[in-house]
Design a protein around this ligand. Structure first.
Ligand code: ZN
Length: 293
């Protein structure tokens, strides 16, 4: 599937958000025209307007994400996997207004609802769940971790994979998450750390699958650590489709572009075409199946 050095096969962005009031279909059209074939559409909380106040509100916003996925399949012809769940930042913001107990209760119900919808086939993965990526008080941090452990237990009993939104504290972060997975009975291979660095060595990932934020320098990072990695990994933009931050985190054309750059980088390491093809198929197909299905 390498044609004159260009990759013609599956290209999946494993963490993308879309907003009906912003670029929405235009963004995925750009992705598709650049060679993209599939996305993981991750539910996006409306931080700028109102956050869900009860489980009924959550049902509405989850359903909206599911409807958006159908539209993308129908209008753009992409393969779309839906990721549903309450965002950890929502929990922290709401803890400041309704109190941490009530916010936790709402959050856990929203996890339950997402898992029900996954079981019904509306979505494939729970996410993004996790803990605040910025500094919070010690007490809040402890509560966030207790809650995350509960969430992992729930995912484990319903047999669902999760996408994790967490802080970036070097290899320490995945080491802690992996220990929590073990404690919760959630297989590490089902807990995907999103917004990961391109250091895919097992020392850095503790055996968790990661989706790499494919910014500048990511290809070099992958090439220098891929020999030290035994777990699944993939690529993401975390495109936000936010009018206030156009093109953030990375734009919709990024993954097709980086996939081709990776092919070229491997070629310059004197890999045979067939070996490159197998490797790219792992990233955009095989590892995805073994992580999420
Ligand atoms: Zn995200």
């Amino acid at each position: 599937m390498l044609v004159n050095g260009k990759w013609e096969g599956p290209i999946v962005d494993q963490h993308m958000h879309l907003d009906k009031s912003n670029k929405f279909l235009g963004a995925v059209e750009e992705f598709s025209k650049s060679g993209g074939t599939g996305i993981f559409l991750v539910h996006k909380p409306s931080f700028s307007t109102t956050l869900p106040k009860n489980i009924g509100d959550y049902r509405e916003v989850y359903k909206e994400t599911v409807r958006m996925a159908s539209l993308v399949r129908e209008k753009i012809g992409l393969d779309v996997q839906v990721v549903l769940g309450p965002h950890p930042v929502t929990w922290d913001i709401q803890a400041n207004t309704i109190g941490v107990d009530e916010s936790t209760e709402l959050h856990i119900s929203a996890v339950g609802l997402a898992l029900d919808m996954i079981e019904e086939g509306d979505a494939i993965c729970l996410g993004e769940v996790g803990r605040p990526h910025y500094k919070v008080s010690d007490d809040r941090w402890e509560r966030a971790n207790d809650m995350l452990l509960d969430i992992m237990r729930m995912a484990s009993s319903s047999g669902s994979p999760i996408q994790l939104h967490v802080e970036d504290n070097g290899h320490q972060t995945c080491m802690e998450l992996a220990a929590m997975c073990d404690k919760a009975g959630l297989p590490r291979r089902r807990a995907v750390r999103h917004f990961a660095s391109s250091d895919i060595s097992d020392k850095n990932t503790s055996g968790l699958p990661v989706t790499i934020s494919m910014g500048k320098g990511s290809i070099e990072g992958i090439c220098s650590t891929m020999g030290l990695s035994k777990s699944n990994w993939g690529m993401e933009t975390d495109f936000l489709d936010d009018p206030k931050r156009p093109g953030a985190v990375l734009g919709p054309k990024t993954i097709p572009k980086r996939t081709n750059q990776l092919c070229q980088a491997l070629k310059s390491l004197e890999w045979e075409d067939e070996k490159i093809e197998q490797f790219i198929l792992n990233i955009h197909e095989k590892w995805i199946s073994s992580t999420y299905f």
